[in-house]
Design a protein around this ligand. Structure first.
Ligand code: GMT
Length: 379
C-alpha cells in the first residue's frame, strides 16, 4: 500500500496565515513525494508559488444572488469538492479547520459517488475563538466527529478542544513543520544597510497578522524598554486590525526612528537572517509557526507561556518563555540575551537543532502519510 501514490484534495484558507501556509507547504511536499494534489479553495493559496506537475488548483466560485443575504460559499465549496472527488477520483480530502471546511467535506462525501476519507487538521482559531461561540460549537463537534481522522498542531490545542468542544473522537498531534531548504540562515546582510540598521544595533523582529490576540502593543512596549538599554531596531512584519493603534503607540513612545514597519512580506528567511531576537507575545497561539520558522534561521525567540508556544520554544534552552503582559520581564530577558554573545550563540544553535530535529519536513510529512495510508489500508 505504501507504494501507491495517493490523490489528495486539500482545502484551507488560502490567504495569509499559518494554517494556509502549512496546508500549502504540505501539499507541495506531498507532490514532491509523487502524490497528486488538488487544492480546492476560493483563491490560489499564497504559498503556492512554484510549478509542480503533480499540483492542481480548483477554484470555488460563489455567485451572488439577490435572494440570498449572504453568498452561499460553504455550499459552493462542498459542491466543488464533490465534483473534484468524482472527476479526479480522489482518495481523500485533507481539510484545514473544522468549520467550514470539515463540515463541507462531510457534505461533499455524501454528495459524491466515492468512499472518500476525510482528514481534518485543527489549527487553533476554530477552537480557541469559534469554539466559545455557542452558535458554532455543535457544528465544530460535528465536523470533528464525522471526520475519519483528526489532527491538531499541538498537545495544548488537543486539550483545549476536549475542554471547549468535547468531541467524542481521538485527536492526534501532528506538529507544524519547516521547509528546511527555505528556512535557514541566508546571506541577506545587505538588507541591514537598506533598512538603515548600523553595525552595532541589534535587530528584534515580530511577524503576525496584527490581530488583537497577537498583543503587538506588548511587543512595542517591551522593545521600547529594551531600546532604552541597548541600541536596537524593531522590524514589524505583517498588517492587520491593530496597525493604526500600533503606529500611534510607536510615536507616543518616541521610538519612530527605531521601528521599521514592513507590512506583509514574502521571503521571511531573509528578514530572520538579519534578526537577533523574535518576540511572539500572543494571548492565544496554538503553535506559533513564525517562531519555528525564525528558530530554523537561528533566531532565538521570547514567547508567552500560552497554548502551544511552550511546545516550540524551550525556556532557557533555545529562547525564553514569559508570562502574558509581563513587559518588564520580557525586556529584561531580551536585553540579557542580546548582551551575552555566547549565550545568544548557544540559544541560536539550539533553536536551529530543535527546528531540524523535531519539526523537519520529512518527519512530519511522513506522519501525515501514515495517517492517510492507515485510513485507506482496507481498500
Ligand atoms: O494566528 C493566526 O491568526 C492565524 C492562524 C491561522 O489559522 O492561520 O494561525 C493558527 O494556525 C497556525 C498554523 O497551525 C499556528 O501556528 C498559529 O499558532 C495558530 N494561531 C492561533 O492559534 C491564534
Amino acid at each position: 500500500m505504501k507504494e501507491k501514490k495517493l490523490k489528495i484534495g486539500i482545502t484551507c484558507y488560502p490567504t495569509v496565515g499559518g494554517s494556509g501556509a502549512i496546508a500549502t507547504e504540505l501539499g507541495k511536499m506531498l507532490a514532491e513525494r509523487g502524490h497528486e494534489i488538488h487544492f480546492i479553495s476560493s483563491s490560489v493559496p499564497f504559498r503556492l508559488n512554484k510549478m509542480n506537475p503533480n499540483i492542481y488548483y480548483h477554484q470555488v466560485e460563489v455567485n451572488q444572488y439577490s435572494v440570498f443575504q449572504y453568498p452561499p460559499y460553504d455550499i459552493a465549496l462542498a459542491s466543488k469538492m464533490a465534483e473534484v472527488i468524482n472527476r479526479e477520483k480522489l482518495d481523500l480530502l485533507h481539510v484545514h479547520y473544522a468549520i467550514p471546511h470539515a463540515v463541507c467535506a462531510i457534505l461533499a462525501k455524501q454528495m459524491c459517488d466515492r468512499d472518500i476519507k476525510i482528514v481534518t487538521t485543527l489549527h487553533g482559531t476554530d477552537i480557541t475563538v469559534l469554539g466559545y461561540d455557542s452558535t458554532l460549537t455543535d457544528a465544530i463537534r460535528f465536523g470533528i466527529e464525522k471526520s475519519d481522522a483528526v489532527t491538531a498542531v499541538s498537545n495544548a490545542l488537543i486539550d483545549q478542544t476536549y475542554d471547549v468542544v468535547k468531541p467524542n473522537k481521538a485527536i492526534e498531534v501532528v506538529y507544524n513543520f519547516i521547509d528546511e531548504r527555505v528556512y535557514r540562515l541566508t546571506n541577506s546582510s545587505y538588507l541591514k544597510e537598506e533598512f538603515g540598521i548600523s553595525e552595532g544595533e541589534k535587530v528584534v523582529i515580530h511577524v503576525s497578522n496584527f490581530r488583537a490576540v497577537k498583543r503587538v502593543q506588548d511587543v512595542v512596549r517591551a522593545f521600547s524598554r529594551m531600546a532604552e538599554q541597548i541600541p536596537a531596531k524593531l522590524l514589524l512584519v505583517g498588517d492587520g486590525p491593530e496597525m493604526t493603534v500600533i503606529c500611534k503607540l510607536v510615536s507616543q513612545l518616541g521610538i519612530t526612528d527605531q521601528v521599521i514597519f514592513l507590512g506583509k512580506q514574502d521571503n521571511l528567511e531573509e528578514l530572520y537572517s538579519i534578526s537577533d531576537l523574535m518576540l511572539l507575545l500572543s494571548e492565544k497561539e496554538s503553535f506559533g509557526l513564525v517562531a519555528l520558522e525564525a528558530m530554523a534561521c537561528g533566531v532565538p525567540c521570547i514567547g508567552t507561556n500560552i497554548g502551544g508556544i511552550p511546545e516550540v520554544i524551550k525556556d532557557e534552552k533555545n529562547g525564553y518563555l514569559c508570562e502574558l503582559g509581563d513587559i518588564e520581564g520580557i525586556a529584561l530577558k531580551g536585553v540579557s540575551l542580546l548582551n551575552n554573545e555566547s549565550l545568544h550563540q548557544k540559544f541560536s544553535k539550539e533553536a536551529v537543532n530543535s527546528a531540524y530535529i523535531n519539526f523537519r519536513s520529512g518527519l512530519i510529512v511522513a506522519q501525515y502519510e501514515d495517517i492517510y495510508y492507515e485510513l485507506l489500508k482496507n481498500r
